[in-house]
Write a protein that binds this ligand. Sequence first.
Ligand SMILES: [Zn+2]
Length: 196
Amino acid sequence: MAVQTEESDCAREQTKAEQDVDQVRQRATRDQQRLDSGAVTSPKDLENLQREIVSLAKRQGDLEDIVLEVMERRESAQERTAELTERVGSVQGKIDDATARRDAAAETLDADEAKAEKEREVIAATIPADLLKLYDKLRQQQGGIGAAKLYQRTCQGCRQELAITDINEIRAAAPDTVVRCENCRRILVRTSESGL
Ligand SMILES: [Zn+2]
């Protein structure tokens, strides 16, 4: 993340600024020791030394302000890093959740499909071969539905009401005769609700 780069940049800046403060502080300490030792006697040298101590103190103050400013920036970068990390974690959690649910649903679908295929095999084994062949052909031609219920004289495959002559023919047909819809050609399944 960009904010992580910002945080490490701030850390480097902070180290550098702290080193600068140290250098200035050490130099000021040395100057002060020289002044206190009494080794410097010339008034001009004493004045220069005192002036340098004052200017070093000011420089140290400025550098300490920089350290503080960098530390503040670093802290806010750390806060944002933590916040973004948390958000990434929460989004990842949602992704994991959805993935797990999707996988579980796919497993259920696979199981349902296998079960339905087994059931179909059992039923298909009891149907005469030529009828099964016709059914499979119609199913392929008619969008997956090869047979439809005849309900109140209407084909439930194409939703068309059958003509009275067709109804009469179906009524006269033997129970084991395969009857078809004149409109969509699907096999019609007769029940007590067929309106015959
Ligand atoms: Zn039909």
